[in-house]
Design a protein around this ligand. Structure first.
Ligand code: AMP
Ligand code: GLY
Length: 448
């Protein structure tokens, strides 16, 4: 039987996949890749994949006007799992890369694997690290992964009594997904009471707040570190500094992030090694529990007296972290993703350029509050040339030849250079005149 006969039978096995891959390489056939999502993160993933010698046709579902320039956008939503499976069958997709958690939560990895499609991301069982904060803290306790002291509650009365015992100085977290809005850092009894009531009684986030986690409030320095994982190994990505507050000097309301810079100056090699140990512990623990973790594991950490504690896990690339990480990745992304799927990842596959990257998010007027959309974006052609700039689209839409703003975060302007200072200078030089839109707002201190 020729390996190609197996395609589309719905019974492809791992070993047959390996044979198929080898065959393709011999024939020089390139891989057809599908990226799922529509933000700056997916544009950055696609941008890096488009540079792979092994990638042929690149599809995005649903993608954005930026991804439409490097591949083909298909109008299938990220959580339309059956639509995506049908598309993968029609186009003989070799590898699917999941950008957004919406697809992971909907069980895309299990569904694709059932039909024999290779897909990068954790399955539903493994994604519990992100989808249930209660499950994640219980998991960390079982495997000795350092995290804040945590208690889990199903009844508001008991939760309130515990918060009171802590004097209100605690962090109240909804168990389920709340689009990053289900965590309340409290200093006073009244704050904690309000948080518990909002989640468990008023059901601000529906069933996501049926159960809450109450944690001790840690004081320290926050960092985020991601790793490629292959079921038993974790290889870290370059550490990133994320700028979550809306205004310069870390003032103003929290946003989805106003920019990122890598490598993060405050995460030295010793700290990165400690964090790597935690991520490895987590991946091994998941494997031991029969929920092998394959994909990106993103850990939000607090560093207290030089010791890292895990505050939360995410099961996907960060946004806009990915927009500075992938431009710094020296090695080809596709073989890394394949090695994660196949369980043969090595540290040598993941090499980083000795350079810095800065990404400045251009946001709509009013963001993160009520913001305006539909503004014409000018000057997109100018900086997108081959001058060490990338303009990643986050929230845009296209009408004929016109690109308009269509979200809170509109574009991510990323520059790479030998030093952080030069990268920063280059990124800011690309903004305004002509790259701009009415009401555009951005921080002036990213990477400073
Ligand atoms: P999470 O979604 O769990 O990362 O929480 C969102 C933010 O809340 C984090 O980025 C921290 O700033 C803060 N946070 C979460 N848990 C704690 C904790 N146990 N102690 C102090 N701050 C926390
Ligand atoms: N930048 C934060 C995140 O991707 O979750």
């Amino acid at each position: 039987m020729k390996p190609y006969d197996v395609i589309g039978s719905g019974t492809r096995t791992k070993s047959l996949d390996a044979v198929l891959m080898l065959e393709k390489k011999k024939r020089g056939k390139k891989q057809t890749v599908l990226v799922i999502g529509s933000g700056g993160r997916e544009h950055a993933i696609g941008w890096k994949l488009a540079r792979s010698l092994q990638v042929g046709k690149l599809y995005f579902a649903p993608g954005n006007p930026g991804t439409g320039e490097i591949g083909e956008n298909v109008p299938i939503k990220a959580d339309d799992i059956e639509g995506l499976v049908a598309f993968a069958k029609t186009k003989n997709i070799d590898i699917t890369v999941v950008g957004t958690e919406a697809s992971l939560v909907a069980g895309i990895v299990d569904r694709f694997a059932k039909d024999g499609f290779r897909i990068f991301g954790p399955n539903k069982q493994a994604a519990r690290l992100e989808t249930s904060k209660a499950w994640a803290v219980e998991f960390m306790a079982r495997h000795g992964v350092p995290h804040p002291i945590s208690e889990i509650f199903d009844h508001p009365g008991e939760a309130l009594a515990y918060a009171e015992k802590l004097g209100g100085r605690c962090v109240v977290k909804a168990d389920g997904l709340c689009q990053g809005k289900g965590v309340f850092v409290c200093n006073w009894q009244e704050e904690a009471r309000r948080a518990v009531t909002m989640l468990m009684v008023d059901k601000l986030f529906g069933s996501a707040g049926d159960r809450v986690v109450i944690q001790e409030k840690l004081e320290g320095k926050e960092v985020s570190v991601m790793a490629f994982c292959d079921g038993s190994r974790a290889v870290p990505l370059v550490a990133v500094q994320d700028y979550k507050r809306a205004y310069d000097g870390d003032h103003g309301p929290n946003t989805g992030s106003m920019g990122s810079a890598a490598p993060a100056k405050h995460v030295g090699p010793t700290l990165l090694k400690k964090i790597h140990r935690l991520l490895t512990l987590a991946v091994k623990g998941m494997g031991d529990e029969g929920a092998a973790y394959r994909g990106i594991l993103y850990a939000g950490l607090m560093i207290v007296d030089g010791k890292p504690y895990i505050l939360e896990f995410n099961c996907r690339f960060g946004d806009p972290e990915t927009q500075v990480q992938l431009p710094l990745l020296e090695t080809d992304l596709l073989p890394i993703l394949e090695a994660c799927i196949d369980g043969r990842l090595t540290a040598e596959m993941v090499r980083w350029k000795k350079a810095s990257a800065v990404c400045v998010v251009l946001a709509s007027e009013g963001y993160p509050g009520i913001y305006k959309t539909g503004e014409i974006v000018r000057g997109l052609r100018q900086p997108a040339g081959n001058h060490g700039f990338m303009v990643f689209h986050a929230g845009t839409s296209r009408f004929g030849t016109v690109v308009q703003s269509a979200g809170g975060r509109v574009l991510g302007v990323t520059a790479t250079a030998p030093t952080a200072r030069a990268a920063r200078k280059k990124a800011y030089a690309a903004i305004g005149n002509p790259l701009s839109f009415e009401g555009m707002q951005y921080r002036k201190d990213i990477g400073k």
